[in-house]
Design a protein around this ligand. Structure first.
Ligand code: SR1
Ligand code: MG
Length: 423
């Protein structure tokens, strides 16, 4: 279905230079001789058009929303306004954690276009996890990004009026929230039209859909996602939204931005690392060849949580200027220990939410519409199903038993046990 905005026109590699060639903030990067620009459409997103535009002077990314879900086609219309929400999320993330998200060179709301920094030679983290490449500093950047954006976008830090204005601004991102509410929290638990799974998982899928504890806990988590507008979330923080080079980690694609529970972004991220962990046998050249890499992934998970908690704690002590847990109630009265106690309680709540959101993410990426390349690229269906089944088992444990898991070592040990179980 065509979008209501009448002069909207999807970009092509042929129209790129003509349409963007006289915009100064872009010619500042690419130069004014737009006839020499080259454009390439990357074609790997679920929703949008994404072009790399290059000249002999520089390069940019041109991202344009389509009026429908690219993965499915024009039978699933989607508002162009998601580009507006992504633009506003990027501005806020850049303020809250400078240097981690792409710089914006140009935004056109009517055409749903964002022109932004091209990170090169970076690649999508998901591809790196399939290749078995390690990255120094990955966990530190990701843990800090979560802590800084999630703390600084909340009532722990923000001016209350500004936060409420932002809640109102982003609450309109209804269509993308609906995708998450549906694909993550509901579709996996019944025979939804868009679902698909590897056939060898049939029996396990029947068991999971009959699992009342799982279904109820998934709905408790959905209720938190819908009702707990704690902070500005990235909203789609999986390993396809992270770019890495040897020395740098960057975060992209916050179009699913919303106000939601603090544990959601970290949970989605960790769930994707655990799925990548279970998928490694599908990418190993020989049995055991990825054992060391699997340990590295679990180390990253451990470090992301440690970095997040330590940075969140630092911000709690140094930047708690919002309307929650005011210093006037604690430190200013000499009650520093009580403030530390409150911090420990908040971190414990976030921890449990994180595990639950990780679990539902692992289940939906195996049973619902959008899967992960780490599993999809395993050609041998038996092997793929085996990797996916192990992810489903950990996911189910995280959702149902998260209140009984008190340390990351416990969860990583459980992952190791599940990875070693006989088929
Ligand atoms: C219809 S969109 C499917 C998925 O792709 C995006 O990256 C989000 O993860 C969404 O759930
Ligand atoms: Mg995305």
């Amino acid at each position: 279905m065509a979008d209501k905005i009448s002069n909207y026109e999807a970009l092509t590699v042929d129209t790129m230079a003509g349409r963007l060639g006289s915009i100064e903030s872009i010619t500042d990067i690419l130069g004014t001789n737009s006839s020499k620009w080259t454009s390439e459409e990357m074609g790997d997103g679920n929703l949008n058009l994404v072009f790399i535009v290059k000249s002999d002077q520089g390069s940019v990314i041109v991202k344009q929303a389509l009026p429908y879900v690219r993965l499915v086609g024009d039978s699933w219309p989607l508002p162009l306004k998601r580009a507006f929400f992504e633009y506003h999320a990027l501005i806020r993330q850049a303020e809250r954690d400078p240097g981690t998200v792409p710089e914006i060179y140009h935004f056109d709301g009517a055409q749903a276009i964002i022109v932004m920094q091209f990170f090169t030679p970076h690649i999508i983290l998901r591809h790196s996890l399939m290749a078995g490449t390690k990255h120094d500093g990955l966990a530190k950047t990701l843990g800090q990004f979560c802590a800084r954006t999630l703390f600084r976008g909340s009532d722990l830090s923000m001016d209350a009026a500004k936060r409420k204005a932002d809640v109102a601004l982003f609450v309109d991102n209804v269509a993308l929230c609906d995708i998450t509410e549906t694909l993550v929290f509901s579709d996996p638990y019944f025979d939804a039209e868009r679902n698909h799974h590897t056939p060898q998982l049939d029996q396990l899928v029947v068991e999971l859909r009959a699992d009342i504890d799982l279904k109820v806990e998934a709905q408790h988590l959905k209720s938190k996602f819908c009702n707990n507008a704690e902070t500005m979330l990235h909203g789609d923080f999986h390993t396809g939204s992270v770019m890495v080079s040897e020395s740098e980690t960057k975060v992209i694609d916050p179009e699913f931005v919303l106000y939601g529970p603090i544990g959601f972004d970290i949970g989605m991220l960790l769930g994707n690392f655990w799925m990548a962990y279970f998928a490694q046998p599908g990418h190993a050249i020989a049995e055991g060849a990825r054992d060391d890499y699997q340990n590295w992934i679990l180390g990253v998970v451990d470090d992301v949580w440690a970095e997040f908690s330590s940075e969140f704690s630092r911000l709690w002590r140094e930047e708690r200027t919002g309307i929650l847990y005011e210093k006037s109630l604690f430190e200013d009265q000499g009650h520093t220990l009580a403030s530390e106690q409150a911090l420990a309680h908040r971190l414990q709540d976030i921890w449990q939410d994180t595990l639950g959101f990780a679990g539902v993410e692992m289940i939906r990426r195996t049973l619902s519409l959008a899967h992960i390349a780490e599993n999809d690229s395993i050609e041998n269906e038996e092997l793929r199903a085996d990797c996916e089944a192990r992810g489903l088992k950990l996911g189910r444990q995280l959702v149902v038993n998260r209140s009984r898991m008190n340390a990351m070592a416990t969860v990583n040990d459980l992952a190791r046990t599940i990875a070693k179980e006989a088929k």
